[in-house]
Design a protein. Structure first.
Length: 227
């Protein structure tokens, strides 16, 4: 299961990822659709480097509902915060597209983080990027309209789901989960999809979705008024 030549962390140009350049304790992992990678309050034993596939992270709320926070896919490190803070994770990660990658045990990760400046700088940048994404999500939820949030989500779907030969994206999520992700009711999401379909921006067929006007969706999600 070694795909380091195409690994998102291959920064050496020599068929080695950043992990393998400094350490040989990597272990392959794989998860099937709907499998839980880790649950809330679980003490993680290492870091997951996603090479292919997708998952979502979610949080159990006081009302008993599960709020989807983010979609994650190729090029993501799972578990950094929990390992560095030395505390159980406060989120759940569930697979939505079969996933594989490399697992670096906690002790080896921390050793590498302490002893290798290049690696620690790389991990710090990853954390900074995650924080920026969280800031953007907070602003989006607080300032953008329901239609803008859905448009933003649609423009990001190709990052997580592979295109089909017919030009559609096979979105491996229920409408209910997509609505949960942007903080609206399922019925509202369906109405927004219908409105975008009428404008000619998207086309839906079951769980499949085709983005016909990506630039218009992007501009609309940023606050531009479009006819």
């Amino acid at each position: 299961m070694n795909h380091c030549a195409n690994c998102p962390f291959n920064q050496t140009g020599q068929n080695q990822c950043l992990f393998e350049l400094h350490h040989n304790e990597l272990r392959p992992f794989s998860f099937k659709r709907n499998e839980i990678i880790f649950s809330e309050k679980q003490s993680l034993k290492g870091i997951y480097c996603i090479k292919e596939g997708a998952c979502y992270i979610s949080k159990n709320c006081s009302n008993g509902k599960n709020q989807i926070i983010e979609l994650l896919s190729r090029g993501t490190l799972l578990g950094i915060r929990s390992i560095l803070c030395e505390e159980p994770t406060n989120l759940e990660a569930r697979v939505i597209v079969p996933m594989y990658g490399c697992f670096l045990p906690k002790e080896e990760f921390l050793k590498l983080f302490r002893l290798n400046k290049d690696f620690s700088f790389f991990v710090t940048k990853e954390l900074a990027n995650y924080l920026k994404q969280t800031d953007d999500k907070i602003v989006s939820m607080g300032q953008k309209s329901m239609h803008q949030r859905v448009a933003e989500m649609i423009t990001n779907l190709p990052q997580h789901f592979a295109p089909l030969p017919n030009g559609y994206i096979d979105v491996k999520m229920r409408r209910e989960d997509l609505a949960n992700f942007v903080g609206i009711a399922t019925e509202s999401l369906i109405r927004v999809f219908s409105a975008f379909n009428d404008k000619g921006w998207i086309c839906t067929k079951g769980k499949q979705l085709k983005i016909i006007a990506p630039e218009k969706l992007k501009r609309f999600s940023e606050g531009h008024l479009l006819k």
